[in-house]
Design a protein around this ligand. Structure first.
Ligand code: HEM
Length: 398
C-alpha cells in the first residue's frame, strides 16, 4: 500500500539503483503514491501502471495551465512570468492545454509533416556514415559524445534552416538552453534575438525550411505571433536533443549487454526499426512525463488526487507493466507487444518529433549493425543519476 513509501523515496539510492523495482512497487500499491519534492517541498502523486499513465496523459482535468482553474492568491502567484525565458517557456506547446495547445499544434502539424521528415533521410544517412567511418579510423569512441550527440542537433538545425555559418553558435545556445543551468535564461534571450533576425530574413526571402514555412503560415487568417514562433523553434530544439541522444546511447548499451539481440540485429539489420521501438520501451529517454496538475479532485489509479496537485506519470513504469508486456524486463527486439509502449507519450501531447526520432534511430542502428560489427563495451558507462538519469559516457571499442 502507498503508506509503505517514504516521502522522498523516488530520489533514494535504492530507487535510483533499480528504478524498475521502484515502479513495480508503485504499480502494486494500487493507488497513487504520494512523494515530496525535496527541493520545492511540494507533494506530488506517482502513477506507474500502463492503464493509469495513459488515462492520466489524456485526462481533460489533468493538465498544465493550473492558474486558469484556480481562483484567488494561488492563481495570481502562478501567473505572469517576468523573464523573457520564462515567458517563452509558458508559450510552449508542451506547457499548454486546449484551446491554446490545439491552435499551436495545428500550426506545427501543418508545417512539420511526414514529408518534411522523409526529406531528411539522405542527410541523416550521410551524417551517420561519416561518424561511423571516423569511429573505424579511431578504433575507440564514446557512444554518447561521438555517436549520439552529433546527429540530433545537426538535423534539427537543417530542418529549421539555420545557415551553415551560424551552426556553431546554434549548437552552443542549444547546449546551454538544454542544460537548464544559470546560462539558460541568457542563452534563451540571445537565441530569441538571433531568431528574430533570421525570421525577418526568411519572411523577406523564403527558403525551403521550417522557419520559412512557419513565418508564412496562415490558418483561417491567424498566424503565430513573435513569442509563439520563438517558443516553438526553441521547443523543437530542446525536446529533440537529449531524448534522441539517449535513444542512441541507451540502445547501444542495451544491444551490447544482450549479445543475442545484438547478433539478431547484425544478422538482419532490417530489424533496426523494431529495435528502436524496443529500446524506447525497455530503456526509454523519459522516466516521468513533464509534470501536470489536477484541475479538480480526480479519481485515478485506484485512489483520488486532490485538486491543484502535481501528477507524475511514469512512462518508464508503464512500459514495464506485466499487464501489457510479456516478460517486461527482457530486452527482445522481436517482441510483438513493443508497439504498445508510451515512450513518446500519449494523447494530445504525443511526441511531435516521433517520426524524426524513429528515422534517426533506425538509420543509426541499421548502420552500426552493418558497419561496426565488432563493437564492444570498453568500460562501465558513466551516468548522471537522479530522476531521468542519462548516460554521459559510453566507452566503446570498434
Ligand atoms: C513531446 C518523448 C524526440 C519534439 C514528447 C513527449 C514525450 C516525448 C514522452 C510527451 C510529453 C508530454 O506528454 O508532456 C520523446 C522521445 C524522443 C523524442 C523518447 C526520442 C527518442 C523528439 C524530437 C523532437 C521532439 C526529435 C523534435 C523534432 C517534441 C515536442 C513535443 C514532444 C515538440 C511536445 C508536443 C506537444 O506538447 O503537443 N516527446 N521525444 N521530440 N516532443 Fe518528443
Amino acid at each position: 500500500m502507498a503508506v509503505d513509501f517514504e516521502p522522498h523515496e523516488l530520489w533514494s539510492e535504492a530507487a535510483r539503483r533499480d528504478r524498475h523495482a521502484f515502479y513495480a512497487r508503485v504499480r502494486a500499491a494500487g493507488e497513487p503514491v504520494p512523494q515530496i519534492d525535496p527541493v520545492t517541498g511540494k507533494r506530488f502523486w506517482v502513477l506507474a501502471r500502463h492503464a493509469d499513465v495513459r488515462s492520466g496523459l489524456r485526462h481533460p482535468d489533468i493538465g498544465h495551465e493550473v492558474h486558469r482553474h484556480q481562483t484567488g492568491p494561488a492563481a495570481a502567484r502562478s501567473r505572469v512570468p517576468v523573464r523573457e525565458a520564462d515567458r517563452l517557456g509558458a508559450r510552449q506547446l508542451i506547457s499548454l492545454d486546449p484551446p491554446d495547445h490545439t491552435r499551436l499544434r495545428g500550426f506545427i502539424n501543418t508545417a512539420f509533416t511526414p514529408r518534411t521528415v522523409a526529406r531528411l533521410e539522405t542527410r541523416i544517412e550521410a551524417l551517420v556514415d561519416g561518424l561511423l567511418a571516423d569511429a573505424r579510423r579511431r578504433g575507440t569512441v564514446d557512444g554518447v559524445g561521438d555517436l549520439g550527440d552529433p546527429v540530433p542537433v545537426a538535423i534539427i538545425a537543417d530542418l529549421i534552416g539555420i545557415p551553415p555559418e551560424d551552426r556553431e553558435r546554434f549548437r552552443a545556445w542549444s547546449a546551454m538552453m538544454i542544460s537548464g543551468g544559470t546560462a539558460w535564461a541568457a542563452a534563451t534571450g540571445q537565441f530569441a534575438a538571433y531568431l528574430d533576425d533570421l525570421a525577418a530574413k526568411r519572411r523577406a526571402d523564403p527558403r525551403d525550411d521550417l522557419l520559412s514555412a512557419l513565418v508564412a503560415l496562415q490558418i483561417a487568417g491567424d498566424s503565430l505571433d513573435r513569442d509563439e514562433l520563438v517558443a516553438m523553434i526553441q521547443l523543437l530544439l530542446v525536446a529533440g536533443q537529449e531524448t534522441t541522444v539517449d535513444l542512441i546511447a541507451n540502445g547501444i548499451l542495451a544491444l551490447l549487454s544482450n549479445p543475442d539481440q545484438w547478433q539478431l540485429l547484425k544478422d538482419d539489420p532490417s530489424l533496426a526499426a523494431a529495435a528502436v521501438e524496443e529500446i524506447i520501451r525497455y530503456d526509454g529517454p523519459v522516466e516521468i512525463a513533464p509534470p501536470r496538475y489536477t484541475f479538480q479532485l480526480i479519481e485515478i489509479g485506484g485512489g483520488v488526487i486532490p485538486p491543484f496537485e502535481i501528477v507524475a506519470l511514469s512512462v518508464l513504469g508503464a512500459d514495464r507493466d506485466p499487464e501489457v508486456f510479456t516478460d517486461p524486463d527482457v530486452f527482445d527486439i522481436k517482441r510483438s507487444d513493443a508497439k504498445h509502449h508510451i515512450g513518446f507519450g500519449h494523447g494530445i501531447h504525443f511526441c511531435l518529433g516521433a517520426p524524426l526520432a524513429r528515422l534517426e534511430g533506425r538509420i543509426m542502428f541499421e548502420k552500426i549493425a552493418q558497419q561496426l560489427p565488432d563493437l564492444r563495451l570498453l568500460a562501465e558507462p558513466d551516468q548522471v543519476r537522479g530522476v531521468n538519469p542519462r548516460l554521459t559516457a559510453l566507452p566503446l571499442a570498434v
